[in-house]
Design a protein around this ligand. Sequence first.
Ligand code: GRF
Length: 220
Amino acid sequence: MKADKAPRPKILVLASGNGTNLQVLIEATRERDFPGQIIAVGCNRPQAFALERAARANIETFVVDHTRYDSREAFDGAMIAEIHRHNPDLLVLAGFMRILSPGFVHAFRGKILNIHPSLLPKYPGLNTHKRVLEAGDKVHGVSVHFITEELDGGPVIAQAEVNIAPDDTPETLARKVQEKEHILYPIVVRWFCEGRIQLGSDYVLFDGELLQEPTRLPDN
Ligand code: GRF
């Protein structure tokens, strides 16, 4: 008789917009050997195309519309309640454009991943492609990190580089960076679901060892 398989970790994805990262995660988790399953997708914007992508994949969705709340704490409280209802093992932020309150981060500490379009700690915040060009950098990229109370400041797990060409614009860079996002995020989500990465106080443990430097995928 076959031994029962351990249940696959439950992933809840939060998004605000187009949801291309959600799409690649839907496809990755559909693979038979993927060690996690997306159980719900939550959005703060009712028109987010990410909701449509989830519905097409028969994944449950919910909306907590931030415009209906007077404060970030009130919005986060409603979001926390929805998330608890699904009892996920992992929250994946995929273009979720709300800053989370310390209470939110605390409620799910060590269980929230984010993807940011720069090689953190360089360029936290918005407009990263424009800023990287203005600075004259030769290399740009994307980072996947644990969320902590510090905005875009949680410990970085992995990065992928993008070489900057002389004729790159913010638009061409955005495309190149997104291509890398779509490779990197499923890899890191897989690691989490396999139990290979954990958040320490302000560091990452990879296979139980302190991760000295984020894993880096070079551009080719
Ligand atoms: C990505 O570029 C990600 O780095 C940022 O938001 C964007 C989301 O894109 N955090 P999409 O909605 O997954 O297409």
